[in-house]
Ligand binder design. Structure first.
Ligand code: CA
Length: 243
């Protein structure tokens, strides 16, 4: 289930947003201050953050800047909320690294649409859309993995791992990043846990000739690549592709 952190000190607004998000199937955490928000992020990376500009103490704006400056949180999707409608403020918010910006009062319908748009762009693993890489297809809604008319049987963790790989193909992910994004825990789970589940995932993909799609990148982590699977199923590589 996708997780959204709502950082808002006005409890009525925080509640209204949360009710709508939960109704749409998201898991929600509410933080009323920048400190609470930081503590929540330190614990587990959410899929998206809705961040109010005006908070008691540290502002939402400085929080957004801080997240953008740190490697672990740099890619976090952030939608800023504010009562300010000035063009200058909007530019400041976007400069601070917000992915989108909504001025209060806003309709929850618009907020939901913006959330989906930002997730599609930055965290597609948080959405239920069918994803295809090469001949491999994954459907989060029905929890099915298939190649053509062949089903692939995978465990729950391997499914989440494969879904993350398939929504971020060709990119190398470190074990720590995978723990953060797939397990939601980068502190208490050992990095070799990732290796165990990658091994199981490859075993599950073996029968449909897609195990090679999951590449080990020495000293860096893992990557899902289209090249590794379909297209190189034959054992002899054409000369032109040998690089
Ligand atoms: Ca506020």
């Amino acid at each position: 289930m996708s997780h959204i952190l709502v950082v808002e000190d006005e409890s009525a607004i925080a509640e209204l947003i949360s009710i709508n998000l939960r109704h749409a199937g998201f898991e929600v955490t509410i933080a009323a201050t920048a400190e609470q928000a930081q503590a929540a992020v330190d614990g587990a990376l959410p899929d998206l953050i809705i961040l109010d500009w005006m908070l008691p103490g540290q502002s939402g704006l400085s929080l957004a800047k801080r997240w953008r400056s740190e490697a672990r949180t740099r890619e976090l999707p952030v939608i800023m909320l504010t009562a300010r409608a000035d063009e200058d403020d909007k530019i400041q918010g976007l400069d601070a690294g917000a992915d989108d910006y909504l001025t209060k009062p806003f309709s929850t319908k618009e907020l939901m649409a913006r959330i989906r748009a930002v997730l599609r762009r930055k965290a597609p693993e948080a959405l239920d859309s069918v994803v295809e890489v090469g001949a491999l297809k994954i459907d989060p809604a029905t929890r099915r993995v298939s190649r053509g008319d062949m089903d692939v049987k995978v465990g729950a963790t391997e499914f989440r791992l494969l879904h993350f790989f398939m929504t971020h193909p060709e990119r190398v992910h470190s074990r720590a990043q995978l723990l953060d994004r797939v397990w939601g825990d980068h502190v208490f789970i050992e990095e070799r846990t990732v290796d165990v589940h990658v091994k199981r995932l490859r075993e599950a993909l073996g029968p449909v000739q897609c195990a090679q799609m999951i590449e080990t990148v020495r000293g860096a982590g893992y990557r899902l690549t289209q090249q590794g699977g379909v297209g190189v199923v034959s054992t002899t590589k054409p000369q032109s592709q040998a690089a």
